[in-house]
Unconditional design. Structure first.
Length: 320
């Protein structure tokens, strides 16, 4: 079995160093613009160059996110940025917008093109079409089952790499396409400024009882109506690999350096064990979850999702 890439988050230089130290094969990061984590420290142009040099010395690759959905006034700034990434020796650009994809091919011709999960790739026809447009890799939608991933692998060119998220936060919206943050706070999630209102604590009000807020009891912390649990696939890596995944991605560019180091270390050991046909003894490391419960990705619990979706859509996403 070919060992897939372990792709880890680097929200800043310290997190980059932690990911590399604990065994990341590649890191993904962003500059000051065009990345979906505007709240992270991110990297200056000189910082991107330094990050590429540091990673390459240690045999790791650098993927840069350009996966926002930019407006025309922002697009005007994109060519110069893409030329910077090309000149810096970045290994891949992660894009979600067809306009960005077209410009990336023109202004960063030496950089591999990866299509973001924001694109919502859920079938082999879409994956093959993106390959024909020049994509070397697609990041699959998190809503796919193992069988669906395997079908995409079976019906796409073998040269096309498939990436899947294995650990971290799951957005309440399909493939991260959310308007809730924009509506409630004016912060556009599709342009990197998500306020994560799906994780706020909500109460219930009734029109004839103004001023009264009714708690919806779920646990000691209250109820988080929209809130999906953090994904944890550490005990199911063999299934993901058997389905044809090329790269396993850990979410968390706004998490702490400790989090990045601990999760990278856990998945490095588990992935090495999985490739060696050994059973991982590490398990989902709850101490790095920030107190949040873990859940399997939809790929493992499709039957449970289908049943619960008929009863409660929010619970289905949380995989209770």
């Amino acid at each position: 079995m070919n060992k897939p890439e372990l792709l880890c988050p680097a929200g800043d230089l310290e997190r980059l160093q932690m990911a590399l130290h604990f065994g990341a094969d590649a890191v993904y990061l962003a500059g000051a613009q065009f990345g979906m984590r505007a709240g992270a420290e991110n990297f200056t142009p000189d910082g991107i160059r330094a990050a590429v040099q540091l990673a390459h010395v240690q045999g790791a690759a650098v993927h840069v996110t350009c996966n926002t959905l930019p407006r025309d006034d922002e697009m005007a700034q994109l060519p110069a940025y893409l030329e910077l990434l090309d000149d810096a020796g970045v290994d891949a650009i992660i894009a979600a917008d067809l306009g960005v994809i077209t410009l990336a091919k023109r202004y960063a011709p030496h950089v591999a093109l990866h299509v973001s999960t924001q694109f919502g790739v859920v079938n082999s026809a879409a994956a093959a079409a993106l390959y024909d447009l020049g994509a070397q890799r697609v990041v699959l939608a998190r809503e796919l089952s193992l069988a669906e991933i395997a079908a995409i692998r079976a019906h796409t060119p073998p040269e096309l790499e498939l990436e899947a998220f294995a650990h971290g936060a799951m957005c309440v919206s399909f493939s991260g396409r959310c308007l809730l943050s924009n509506y409630l706070t004016g912060r556009d999630a599709n342009r990197g400024r998500c306020a994560q209102p799906c994780r706020w604590k909500y109460g219930l009000t009734e029109s004839k009882r103004p001023g009264q807020v009714f708690d919806i009891t779920e646990d000691a912390r209250g109820t988080y109506i929209f809130n999906s649990r953090d994904m944890c696939m550490i005990d199911h890596l063999p299934e993901l690999l058997a389905a044809g995944i090329t790269s396993l991605k850990i979410e968390g560019r706004t998490k702490s350096a400790y989090y990045v180091g601990a999760v990278t270390n856990a998945y490095r050991h588990a992935l090495d064990d999985a490739v060696g046909d050994q059973t991982s003894q590490r398990g989902g490391e709850r101490l790095v979850s920030g107190g949040r419960e873990f859940a399997l990705q939809l790929v493992v619990a499709r039957r449970a999702v289908q049943v619960q979706a008929e009863q409660n859509w929010q619970l289905a996403l949380a995989l209770y």
